[in-house]
Design a protein around this ligand. Structure first.
Ligand SMILES: Nc1ncnc2c1ncn2[C@@H]1O[C@H](COP(=O)(O)OP(=O)(O)OP(=O)(O)O)[C@@H](O)[C@H]1O
Ligand SMILES: [Mn+2]
Length: 511
């Protein structure tokens, strides 16, 4: 009997030990899981969601996550006033600029900015008596391409934008040229446009370890730049609009064979394609729908360059496009414009230098460091051509960084068109800010809001910096503002040969 009691006691002890042992084991496991999900949360949500006093330092060498592709954005028309964007106006800068300009009549000066204002339609009629067709919005846009700007009639452009975002797509092919994936859409009316698909969400910031030449293209940057160019009064950017397409019905089913082959369904059951291009055309960088809807930008095709020829011009302010030599001469020598650009026969006479300054003012606002070449029409034989503001896909990548080097043409050459000066002053000190005007202009786009709103304060900040650089130039003019604000630049010490730049087919802009 005693032995039996002894064994029962022992069994009881063993069972107790086992029971508590298992309890301790479970408790310790669940607390380590909790810790893990806590640290997962830190990674996912970022440190800012953590209790006060709790600081998680980034691990050395931590890199940005490659964000997954979001679905198309649903329209939310936010009132600008509700965004609380501050204008950055320095009243002293305004007053000092106004003092410099007090004896100039810029408004009258702008009237003679465009010496010969002719459209393609008028030009062809004059040169060879040809009448151009104007059957659809594409042909009306082409016929109205001008000697001083791409378009004037905004109603006509709105019609074109509407057609590009709604007309049935008949054929889709891969677009050659350039570095990243682009498609050519042919619509029901046989007219064409360039489609750049969305890669990232609107709030994506460029990886700081990427060079400007390796940065991803952003479809919404193409759309936003079209609007910025328009509100700045340049009208030299190619009309571009947003569109949400069906990856299967609209793209795959109408795709040429070599594009169709690259379509697949991802493990997440989304429809994707890879396309064919020099950079980022592989399965890990595939363009994926949600599940088969895809947002992108649609840009009108410029007229066929066999009938409306264009030239490719190398910019004197192009960067090095090299990982090794990172600074170009103009980034280190503030006399570069005086010594090298103003003395270059291409820039010494006429509109070209002023075009370059306009283009870089726009690039500064949009944060585009990738302006290596620019195209211009060479169709108007007897007239000076202007820079077409094409290829703006690498802008709007950084909201916290202003690259003042982009403004070097303005800072070094110290020249500006009267209309540009007036427009900038209007946005800086007038009734409506640049970001409000942009917001209104973009609100008509089918994929509005085109930009993340965090870009608006960046625009205001950059505009205020431009105005400070302009004031700096005005302060330095010994001959008064007319030495800086002009319709055409002329360097008296360089002979005016009237020779236009040679076409530059050099493809040195690749990675
Ligand atoms: N709307 C258009 N109409 C006609 N041609 C165009 C149009 N857009 C682009 N192209 C032509 O295709 C070329 C490449 O386009 P784009 O520069 O946009 O591509 P990309 O991939 O951004 O190139 P890169 O990486 O060199 O900047 C342009 O230089 C131009 O000649
Ligand atoms: Mn580009």
């Amino acid at each position: 009997m005693n032995t039996l009691r002894f064994y029962t006691k022992r069994i009881f002890v063993v069972v107790c030990v086992l029971f508590f042992g298992i309890l301790v084991f479970i408790a310790s496991r669940s607390s380590s899981l909790e810790a893990q999900s806590l640290s997962d949360n830190i990674v996912r949500k970022g440190i800012q969601n953590f209790p006060r006093g709790y600081r998680i330092l980034p691990r050395p060498g931590e890199q940005l996550a490659f964000q997954s592709q979001p679905g198309p954005v649903h329209n939310d028309r936010v009132r600008y006033q509700d965004l609380g964007v501050d204008r950055q106006v320095d009243q002293e800068v305004v007053e000092r600029i106004q003092m410099h300009l007090s004896r100039s009549d810029l408004v009258t000066q702008t009237l003679s900015e465009c010496a010969v204002n002719e459209t393609l339609e008028q030009y062809w009629l004059r040169i060879n008596g040809n009448k151009v067709p104007k059957r659809d919005s594409w042909e009306r846009f082409y016929s109205d391409i001008g000697t001083c700007d791409l378009y004037r009639n905004e109603e006509q452009i709105d019609e074109l934008l509407h057609d590009m975002s709604t007309l049935p797509i008949k054929h889709v092919q891969i677009m050659d040229g350039g570095t990243q994936v682009k498609l050519i859409f042919t619509f029901d009316n046989d007219k064409q446009a360039v489609f750049k698909p969305m890669r990232f969400g609107r709030d994506y910031e460029t990886d700081p370890n990427h060079f400007y030449f390796g940065d991803f293209e952003r479809h919404n940057a193409e759309i936003a730049t079209f609007h910025i160019d328009k509100i700045l009064g340049f009208r030299r950017a190619v009309p571009t609009v947003g569109r949400v397409v069906n990856m299967t019905k609209e793209l795959r089913d109408n795709a040429e064979k070599k594009l169709k082959k690259t379509f697949f369904v991802s493990p997440a059951k989304n429809h994707c394609f890879v396309g064919k291009c020099d950079y980022y055309c592989d399965t890990t960088h595939a363009i994926c729908g949600a599940p088969d809807m895809k947002e992108g930008s649609v840009q009108v095709f410029l007229p066929d360059d066999r009938s409306v020829p264009r030239k490719h011009n190398k910019s004197p302010y192009r960067r090095t496009y090299s990982k090794k030599t990172q600074l170009a001469v103009w980034q280190e020598n503030m006399d570069f414009c005086r010594d090298t650009v103003k003395t270059n026969p291409q820039y010494a006479h006429g509109r070209k230098l002023l075009d370059l300054v306009d283009l870089h003012i726009m690039d500064y606002l949009i944060g585009n460091q990738d302006r290596h070449h620019y195209e211009s029409f060479s169709v108007f034989k007897d007239l000076a051509s202007y820079a077409i503001h094409l290829d703006n896909g690498r802008s709007f990548g950084k909201t916290e960084f202003d690259d003042d080097d982009i403004l070097m043409p303005l800072r070094q050459c110290c020249v500006i068109r009267p209309s540009t000066m007036l427009k900038l002053m209007h946005f800086y000190a007038g009734s409506k800010s640049i970001s409000e005007t942009l917001h209104e202009s973009m609100s008509k786009d089918p994929i509005t809001p085109v930009l993340a709103y965090k870009h608006y304060p960046a625009l205001e900040r950059r505009l205020s910096k431009i105005m400070k650089y302009i004031l700096d130039c005005l302060d330095r003019q010994t001959g008064g503002p007319s030495k800086m604000i002009m319709n055409e630049y002329h360097n008296p010490s360089v002979a005016n040969t009237g020779i236009e730049d040679e076409d530059d087919k050099d493809e040195n802009a690749k990675l």
